[in-house]
Each structure stands twice: as C-alpha cells, then as structure tokens.
Design a protein around this ligand. Sequence first.
Ligand code: NAP
Length: 628
Amino acid sequence: MNPAVRTNPETGLKVFNTRAAKASERITGKGYSVVTDQKLTELPKMPAGATFNAEEQAKYRAFKEARRGAADYMAMEGEFKKYLDDVYSEPPIPREALDDECEILVVGAGFGGLLLWQKLSQAGFTDVRFCEKGGDVGGTWYWNRYPGIACDVESYSYLPLLDETGYVPSMKFASGFEILEHCQRMAQKFGFYDHCLFHTTVDATTWDEASGRWMVQTDRGDKMRARFVILANGILTTPKLARIAGMETFKGESFHTSRWNYNIDLSGKRVGIIGTGATAVQAIPEIAKVVGQLYVFQRTPSSIDVRDQRETTDEERATWTKDPGWALARRARFAKISEVRAAVLANDDYLAGKIQDFKERKKHDRQLTREELMQKQLDSSFRLMEQVRARVDAIVKDPKTAAALKPYYPYGCKRPTFHDEYLPTFNLPNVHLVDTAPRGVAEINERGVVHEGVEYPLDVLIYATGFQWMGTSTFNRISGRGGRTLKDKWETEGTKTFLGLHNRGFPNLFIVTGPQGGGGSFNFTDVIYAHADYLVWVLQTMRERGARIVDVRKEPEDAYAEHCREVDLATAPLRDCISYYNGEGKATPGSLAYYGGRQWDKYRIEAQSTLMPYLFEGGDSTVSVAAE
Ligand code: NAP
C-alpha cells in the first residue's frame, strides 16, 4: 500500500493516495425509470385562448406576496453539525500535515476540478493540487445520492469528457450513481487521484504580497503555499436547514437529502419529507415505493414538466463509438438552445446533427420592442404553466391535493423539474400531501411535525431543504491585498467581479461558476468548459509573457458588475417569484447568477484580444502593467 503522501523522485512533486474507501454499497432507486404510459409523458394540450391577463397576474402576485419573508434557513452548526457528516466514505486516510508549495491549488474535485485537471495537465501544468472535502471525486454527485437521483440536462451533453473517456451514458438522463462512476472514470483515466487531498477542507486563503503566493490552510493542519488558487467548489455546495421551532427535540431519525443515510431502513416506516424542490421531486416517487406512510410537507409546489426518459439506443451507441468528437459536437448544438424547456426536452434529431434547427423560427414583420418581447415571453411562460397545471388535474385524483400541487409563477422562476412518476405518487394510498402554504412548517416536536394543530408522528424526518446558493466566497476566509476579505469587499461594494472569475485585489485567484460567472448556458458543464478554457488561456498567457501575477483594473470590473446588474434587472420579470435564485427575494440585482447569456463571451473575447482589463506584474514590460 502506498503511503498517503510521497514524493515522485523524477518530478519532485508530491503524489497523494488519500481516496477513502466506500462506506457502504447500499443504495436504492437508481434514477428515472422509462415510463411508457403516454398520458404521463406528454403535457395536456394548451388551453385555448389562455392569456396572462390582469386576473392571472394578480393571482401570481398574491401567490408570491403570501410567501414573502417565509423562507428562513440556517447553517448546520452546533447540534445540527451532525447532518454534515460524510456518510459515504470510511474515515479519512491518516496523513501528515503539509507545509510546502505547489503552483496551482484547486478547491473542489467535482466536475469543475476534474475538467480543470484534464485541461491544465494537457496544457503542461502539472504541479496542480486539489483539496476536496469529500472522500472521493464527484462533488454534487458525491454528496447527493438520494433514491431517484438523476441529471435533468441530457447526459450526452451534461457529462464531461465523454469523447476522451470513450464512455456512452446508458440513459438519456443518467442516474446520479452512473454520473458518480463517470467522475471516478475521469479521475482514473487522467491520473487525478495522485493530485488530490481528500477529506481536506480549505478554511483560510491569504495573499502574501512579499512572496506573491497564496497561503492556504486546511482543517487537516496543512499550510500550503500556491502561486494560483482556483475555487471550483460549486454553486449549491453547503446544505442548509429550514429553521423550525423545536426541530432539535425530534426523537426519531433525521437527515438532509445530501447525506442520505442508507443505514436507516425506511421500509414500512412513517416518513416525513420537508421541501418539494428538485431533490424531493426525484426522491419522493422512490421512497413512496418502500415506506409505510409518506407525509410530504410542501410550502410551494414545483413545476412538474414531462421527463420522457429513454435508454440510449443501439444505433446511437454504434454511431458515437465510431466518432470521437460526438459529445463535443452535441454539447455545442445543445448550447445553441437558449430556452430552458426546449433544451431540456431537446430534440434528438437536432442534437444528433440530423436536422439544422430544433424548431421553426417565427418571423415577425418588424423588430419587436424590448417590452413587446418581454410580454411575448411572459405570455408563452404563462401558457406553458397552464399546461403544467392542467397536467396536475389530469393525473392527481384528489381535487384538494391537485389544487395544492399547482404552481403560480413564471416558468423557470423556480428551478423547473421534470418527472413522470412524481404526480402519480400522490394517488397512492400511503402518500399524503400536507399543504403548509404559504408559510411552511413552523413546528416540530419530539414525535414529528405539527401543522395547524395537527400532529404527524414520524419515525424518520428528511430535510429536502436545499443548499446555500452561490456561497463560493464564504466557504473559506479569503483575504486578499491589504488583508481585505472577499466577503468584506462584496458586502461593502456589492458583488463585483470581472467575468465572475477575477476579483480585483485578489490576484491569481479565480472563481469557477461563482456569482456573475456566466458562460452563456444553463448547462453547468458548458459553463465549466468555458471557465476552464479561459483559465488555461490566462495561465498560458502569463507563462508566455513571464508574468507572475495577474489582477484586474477597476474600470472593467465596475463595468462588468454594472452589466450583470442591468441584465438581471432586464430579465427579472421572467423570474418574478420568491426563490433561492434571487436570495428569497432579497438579493441585490446582479449579485448572484449571471443572466446575460452569450454576452459573457463578448466581454471575454474583448478582454482576451485587448488585454486591457488585466494588470500583469513581472515579465515582459510591454504588456505588463503593474500600476494603473
Ligand atoms: P430547494 O430547491 O432549495 O428546495 C428546498 C425546499 O424546501 C423548497 O421546496 C422550500 O419551499 C422547502 N422549504 C424550506 N423551508 C420549508 C418549511 N419551513 N416548510 C416547508 N417547506 C420548506 O432544494 P433542492 O430540492 O435540494 O434543490 C436544490 C437545487 O439542486 C435544485 O434547484 C437544482 O439546481 C439542484 N438539483 C438538481 C438536480 C438535478 O439536476 N437532477 C436534482 C436535485 C437538485 P419554498 O419553495 O417555498 O421555499
């Protein structure tokens, strides 16, 4: 057995052996099933004459306002810290604390970290080290292993490095377990494991001006120095709990969906689940099959669109295995679809390159004004939501339950979900929807959940209450030039980045898929490709010019942050509801996700061609500008 840390005598680089063994093989409910009943895989026809008229707008507004201020979440601290335990791996591999230096230190071994490694190593950057909180690779797909987990973007466009690994996913929407295996495949194929410190959480990152290095401290006592730090620790990483009176008194078993405890056998038990977001929508149909009684505590219904899962065909497999660039070409076509729904239900012939477009383009007699365009988008969103609501009535038998399951907000304003078995689950005699709208569950006692004076005794309580959104800067204390923390900068100046990747005053530090970090696509994988390619360009440019440090100028950062604000405001009516996307209605416009689509590319291309936004230090003085 190799030691946890050794030095390769040829390269002088450290080689790690810290991947933890699996704690258990027990899992159930591997992703979406193929559903053959056509009634379940098609939306009902659009109701004739449906328009987003004043009455309907008022209904949406009332639905939203009733929920304003209801969301109240808390971190898993104190007695709730136990919900963060890594239940998937054996305890951490013991190792010495490191006190040394590497060129590039990356936080995170999910899709972002894995892709970065493949691209960086190909470009000749090999002194790269990864720190990962979990015991293995996968990130989201490491932590989320709840029954029924699967991707919602087609796996052929979502899974990275399919061409390079020669892998073809088994289903159009691969299960999370298959995706986790693919992460391990990528890690093995490209030698990632040698570079990763697992069960290692970075807790402080401090810039040292004198040495031009970041000092990186971890919860394993490491004190590492790195020339560059890349934060690739995801957008929905830190699980959160709803703050509910009495939750600490509950005597039964309980866990959060992102630490699914398969040691707790749900068979025949009284199980409660709080939350009905994308996670619960996937988990509920699976757990309903095994539990005794299931109580679903819902505050706001999700929009449940069709899934239409299918297996990869023999023809696809045969064609793709002969074409080493199939996945890249498919993802590029996929990225051209800008509407969430059209992309998620993606037309296979278009994606396979058999036809030129995924839908017939409408021609207008004249250029529509911005307002007209917005109205058109709101109208089509309304009609689609009418279909989503009609689907509930068509499937769910109990009228009261059906009424509670209908969402009243624009499509995509909360994360859309896709499932063909979720709605039928509410027809099962052992499944009970407890409608806690509009304020949510407010009381838990030692026996279970109490709502409006009714007690629901439970053996197991599952929190499907989601994750902190875009919390990248708060995961560890990042102190840049002059000792200023990134948190302080964003709190006092508002979130400000250049391209989402650079932060002025935090040289040589890059955030992948963080706030303002667009890539022009809702396919996360597209964004990480764009970010990884960009970072390789930055590092190569610096290498070519002999630059040691890169920061960004004030004006381009201010201008980009202003652009983020403008595009968020311009598209806000399409997301007019209370959602984690807008910080539960409290976020400053432009401070979270990027809504400028492909405009991000314009900023990037211009920056790359003029080099104007950058402040390089060291190396060729004709391009290196240390002072403004
Ligand atoms: P989420 O969307 O944040 O859902 C949290 C749920 O908890 C919401 O339904 C929320 O209701 C509810 N809630 C909070 N406090 C409550 C209370 N006191 N009483 C009752 N309900 C309460 O979290 P998630 O479902 O884990 O999903 C998070 C994100 O992960 C998704 O949006 C998606 O981006 C990602 N995800 C992706 C996939 C996939 O690709 N297949 C699968 C799962 C998750 P309100 O809506 O009223 O606030």
